[in-house]
Design a protein around this ligand. Sequence first.
Ligand code: NOJ
Length: 521
Amino acid sequence: MNSPWWREAVTYQIYPRSFADADGDGTGDLAGITSRLDYLADLGVDAIWLSPFYPSPQYDYGYDVSDARDVDPVFGTLEDAEALLKEAHELGLKVIIDLIPNHTSSSHPWFIDALAAGPGSPERDRYLFRDGRGPNGDEPPTNWRSVFGQPAWTRVSDGQWYLHMFDREEPDLNWRHPEVIEEFRSVLRWWLDRGVDGFRVDVAHGLVKALRDQRVPEGGEPNSDPAVMYEIGVDDDPMWDHPDVHEIYRDWHKVVSSYPGERMLIAEAWTRAPGDLRGYLRADEFEQAFNFRWLQSHWSAREFTDAIVSTLEALNPSRAWPTWVLSNHDAMRHRTRYGDGAQALARARAATLMMLALPGAAYLYQGEELGLPHVQLPPEHQLDPWAEGGNGRDGCRVPLPWSGEAPPFGFGPGDGQPWLPQPYQWADLTVAAQTGRPGSTLEFYRSALAARRRYAHGDKEVKFLDVPKDVIAFRRGRLTVVINCGATPTPLPRGDVLICSGEPLASELPPDTAAWLLSDE
Ligand code: NOJ
């Protein structure tokens, strides 16, 4: 592995509820993950990132944490977490865990104490409680909506309001409070002492707020979803990217870098433009920040080029290397974003192949290596608090199919059904069905990751080639990488085809396909 390990690592995101279920209760667990780590080592990834497994009432599927130093019984025990870490390290896999500092669960002892202690108490001061506006205080303190679309303030029985930028069961912490600051230092140490290699920091752009009304264009509505608000012209963001967040990360950097090994922090920071991520990537803050540009793009050479070029330009020149991600637990799977059926799968494979050639780190989301589509679930299975309007994130969280002809497809032992139903059609997409099958998406990912390890690293520079519209091609070291987003075949650049996401023709690249070519120059 290169040094530092994270710079060009491929990290595989595990959503613990939906990866593998060792105890057969229908929900994935840590023992299930440990039992499948050899699959991930064999796939050829360098690291895993675990979405939250902490005690939680699961209103937001674990992002509502009630104790950041333990494991929810549904996922196992602290010993299971330690066993997972040990086994992963023995297999040469690094382990990144999720840290959720913006909010706690409403079941966190601090919030329970805050409700009991009443207005003006030190307990309330750990959160963002405020009196309301209007004659009886019955208007919220600001006009904000939560990211999930509801009002961002909830009133409690004594008349005060508390802020929650996500679900109402996820009260926001007060990051001006010394106890909050000390608590998270201590949580970092708790997991660093147990050997974790890094933290994915949830909502890193949101910890400090300017509590004033959001200005909205005339006739518009307040909006706090960074994936949407800037697009629709709501560009006043008193809740995001406050300059004071950086002091917190400078402090954490000291904690993390005081440990041996190359421990790291990666920010989930939704900023207006890729260049704004630079602030988070200063030498004494985060090692990495997610770059969501490509994940937000449709199948289009123009959108892909924008995502790639703006990212590279934003970080160049700087010490920071980019990150790339096409799918995660919050977004429609890229296979489904690109259309339907076989064509969409071909496109997803092509985009992945191009992404894996770029300088920097790549993050894969569980199941993309199987070509899983986003599932349209019946209304009774749309459980996500963000699902209002019927379009939630459950569709990318359907449990993985491992083997067999019918659900639960080896997700758990026996016939017990998983927490979200798997489509019958997945019989053909299981790990067992795809292993060793020439041309399967799983074998394609294995080959692509092996080729990346061999040929796509070290060189930060990317040189774009002059190619027809709807095609993108670039050189990186000895590699030439080309993707055809158009409707007709395009000539292949010079070089020997090393790997192709589909079937290359003699001298042409078909539509919806990408290839890597190797040349000596
Ligand atoms: C971002 C996480 O990825 C998402 O799943 C969660 O709902 C919010 N942050 C709130 O923690």
